[in-house]
Design a protein. Structure first.
Length: 552
């Protein structure tokens, strides 16, 4: 018997100046106890809207349901009173949201946020709640944060924030876990750990999972039943094996074949050196006690040298907390660093912010979290043209609008959407807006911090092609930070592997991916390229119960 049944569900949004927009159109599916149903599709297909509908978290009355039922444990969720909904949310049905930085409260510590559902639903005392918080941190692979329970979300890496949110969702051992892109921000090794954890908890608690993802490797590993969504409709649904072996719909087959491919144009080894760094260090103080004395340092970047030529892409990989993002921020002088940083033959380590300002047009950044990086008060046009207003003040409004239209076309967005606001776009669409904002100034150096982590597979391939085309056209240099090694392989000329703030291994793309020397690099590659196989081999059985044979 299905624990959750969705029948003929439709969702319509009333959008000012546009009228009604149909986001979901009469979809039906179910989730059985102890089983996993996956909703798969590109950004904007209606997956997250469907998930939010289950918990009635859509912005009503702007959103409404022209038709449908959502039945949980025999009760229609859409007809429950507010108190009845509160008793379910975070208790019997929990949700892991896609964007941890916006879902976590920036003013509350991680201990307080993980403990909150324990106080609300279990009425635990502080000592009992703290013990459960420590247990949950162990479960999601965050043992290192046991001594940092007073840390705030902005002090954690993207992957650590995502795991904190998973700990919150699992706090009360829910009957159903709605996982909206649960491993998007995680590196490949932790991704495997989290997926194994979810499967283990599912088996122990007989928990149902509604999984929303664009990663078909995760679907292959996790799901029992798959629903493929496209433009608000379920175009195909079947058992996971049938979807991967006998897909009938053209859209499903296109998803299965979508993956970043190819490699960048060959690098000119005699090209001018654009950026160098020597003995670069970024150490953050650890303060304790009543007087907040510095007792130690977090060595986020610890003595790194690098060299980047014009037209070159340097891929930076490593697990969450390895220092990848901090390295990118330090190169752009967005965090204070020691050592020497030279950009275009000019030493910039000790320049003031005023002296750096003219260089900012040539040094751009695409952030990991597109929603947190885009101002909710500005339209898309206002966001993208902001750099032009600062660095190209002689441009007329008409000229700026022309450039905004052109760059939106380049990143695959309809120019007519430039008058809309970030909350009206899916996660993948917001990331393309962030890329457009960086590229409109035609910089020489772009630091890309997980630029494809929020994108579905087919759009990842498009963005990779776009970035490579822009690189050739404008002779751009990239520092490409990512935990997705498939994308790094498609983008990079050279690869730097980081662990605990240091370089573990560095070399050409072919050397790192075909002949790695360090065990840590080998572990990353195995986790990245054998996700589904590794998961089956560790469990020792296929879903049919027969023994799984390892590939030779």
């Amino acid at each position: 018997m299905a624990l959750l049944e969705v029948k003929d569900l439709s969702v319509t949004f009333s959008v000012p100046d546009q009228g009604d927009v149909e986001a979901v159109k009469k979809i039906s599916f179910s989730v059985e106890k102890g089983k996993t149903t996956a909703l798969v599709g590109e950004s904007g297909s209606g997956k997250s809207v469907t998930a939010l509908s289950v918990l009635q978290l859509l912005p009503y009355p702007m959103a409404r349901h022209p038709s449908g039922e959502i039945r949980f444990d025999g009760h229609d969720v859409m007809k429950l009173a507010k108190d009845e909904l509160r008793a379910i949310r975070g208790n019997r049905i929990s949700m892991i949201f896609q964007e941890p930085m916006t879902a976590l409260n920036p003013l509350h510590t991680i201990e307080r946020q993980i403990a909150e559902p324990l106080y609300l639903h279990k009425k635990m005392q502080p000592a009992e709640a703290r013990a459960r918080v420590l247990e949950l941190l162990d479960m999601v692979g965050l043992s290192m944060l046991k001594e940092r329970l007073g840390a705030f979300p902005h002090e954690l890496s993207g992957g650590q924030r995502q795991r904190v949110m998973i700990a919150m969702a699992l706090a009360n051992d829910p009957d159903i876990l709605i996982a909206d892109e649960p491993t998007t921000a995680l590196d490949v090794t932790v991704q495997l750990q989290v997926l194994d954890l979810l499967q283990k908890l599912q088996k122990e608690l007989n928990m149902a999972i509604l999984l929303i993802t664009h990663d078909l490797n995760i679907v292959r590993k996790m799901a029992d039943h798959v629903c493929v969504m496209h433009r608000g409709e379920i175009v195909e649904q079947a058992a996971v094996k049938e979807i991967f072996t006998k897909a009938t719909h053209v859209y499903t087959r296109a998803l299965l074949s979508a993956e970043p491919k190819g490699k960048p144009q060959p690098l000119n080894d005699k090209a001018k050196i654009l950026l160098t760094a020597k003995e670069m260090k970024v150490h953050f103080p650890v303060k304790k006690g009543l007087l907040r004395r510095t007792v130690d340092y977090v060595r986020a970047v610890d003595g790194i040298d690098l060299k980047l030529r014009r037209g070159q892409t340097l891929g930076v990989v490593g697990e969450s907390g390895s220092g990848k993002s901090t390295l990118g921020f330090a190169v752009l002088r967005l965090v204070q660093a020691r050592g020497e940083i030279v950009f275009e033959d000019k030493e910039i380590t000790h320049l003031s912010q005023r002296e750096l300002r003219p260089l900012r047009a040539d040094m751009q950044l695409v952030f990991q979290d597109p929603y947190g990086a885009l101002s909710p008060r500005l339209s898309v046009r206002g966001i993208i043209e902001e750099g032009l207003l600062v660095h190209q003040k002689n441009m007329t409004a008409e000229q700026r609008d022309e450039k905004v239209v052109a760059i939106l076309k380049e990143v695959g967005l309809d120019p007519e959407t430039r008058f809309r606001y970030p909350h009206e776009f899916s996660g993948g669409q917001r990331q393309r807006i962030a890329i457009a904002r960086a590229m409109i100034l035609q910089p020489k150096l772009v630091v890309l911090d997980e630029p494809t982590s929020a994108l579905d597979m087919s759009v990842q391939a498009q963005i990779v092609d776009l970035l490579r085309d822009l690189q050739v056209k404008h002779n751009l240099s990239y520092i490409f930070i990512s935990h997705d090694l498939k994308v790094v392989r498609a983008m990079s000329h050279h690869v730097m592997v980081m662990q605990n703030g240091k370089i573990v291994e560095w070399g050409s793309r072919d050397k790192i991916f075909e002949n790695p020397e360090q065990d840590y690099t080998k572990k990353l590659l195995e986790a990245a390229f054998f996700t589904a196989e590794a998961g089956r081999e560790r469990s020792g059985k296929t879903r049919s119960g027969t023994t799984a044979k390892k590939k030779k």
